[in-house]
Design a protein around this ligand. Structure first.
Ligand code: CDP
Length: 227
């Protein structure tokens, strides 16, 4: 059976990872959350006090890069991969608001991107992969057979992320979530290295008014047309 590469890009909280997981499960493909890798580096940066109020000590972070090891390990009972930072499972920690507020600044550093993009490309050498992020169809896998670009209104996205955070017991306000999303959208799409934009050959999916099932059916038909 032919295997393809599926690249899913888009703004924060557009449901990229939900769709990517559904696709990977259906097709028996590997799913990689590239954002989790940037979040792990951001967590390291916070742990080492290399960032304070979004002021990043870029030079020190670059010096530390050789000692930052980001890996994934499959968790049999969760039926999902979990992310590790230097051997420690940080799957939950990387979702904190603190990390969310630091990550897009860390993701502007070209040396960080080079290190993570190399890892991402390695994971995709055999195809049969679904990866979501901001630069997957443009930089990581420019030759991906299927590229999707996900959109939804900022309010819809903030509501989704707020519900998720509250559901997981995080004490957060809707305003803080909306602010984080809009500021990350801005940083992600205006940075110099690998900014977020829709690849010319990506298919745009606005899911503000689509149910998960409707979206999945639509995308599955696209996948089938490529196989
Ligand atoms: O919160 P959400 O799930 O939408 O974001 P994420 O996928 O966890 O990514 C967190 C942040 O990492 C993004 O806001 C970007 O700044 C950065 N990122 C990136 O620069 N390139 C990627 N391929 C993936 C994420």
């Amino acid at each position: 059976m032919k295997k393809i590469t599926i690249a899913i890009d888009g703004f924060s909280s557009t449901g990229k990872s939900t769709l990517a997981k559904q696709l990977a499960q259906k097709l028996q493909y590997v799913y990689v959350d590239s954002g989790a890798m940037y979040r792990a580096v951001a967590l390291y940066t916070l742990q080492q006090n290399l960032i304070q109020d979004t002021i990043l000590d870029t030079e020190s972070l670059i010096k530390h890069l050789p000692s930052i090891k980001v890996t994934f390990q499959y968790n049999e009972s969760l039926k999902a991969s979990e992310i590790y930072l230097n051997g420690e499972n940080v799957n939950t920690e990387i979702r904190s608001m603190e990390v969310s507020n630091a990550v897009s600044r860390v993701a502007t550093v070209p040396e960080v991107r080079q290190q993570l993009v190399a890892l991402q490309q390695q994971m995709g050498v055999h195809k049969g992969i679904v990866m979501d992020g901001r630069d997957i169809g443009t930089v990581v896998f420019p030759d991906a057979e299927l590229k999707l670009f996900m959109k939804a209104s900022a309010h819809t996205r903030a509501q989704r992320r707020y519900d998720e955070l509250i559901g997981s017991g995080t004490d957060v306000t809707f305003k803080a979530v909306l602010e984080n999303i809009t500021s990350r959208d801005h940083l992600d799409s205006t940075r110099e290295d690998s900014p977020l934009f829709k690849a010319a050959d990506a298919i745009e999916i606005d899911n503000s008014n689509l149910s998960l099932d409707e979206q999945f059916d639509k995308v599955l038909a696209l996948v089938q047309s490529k196989l």
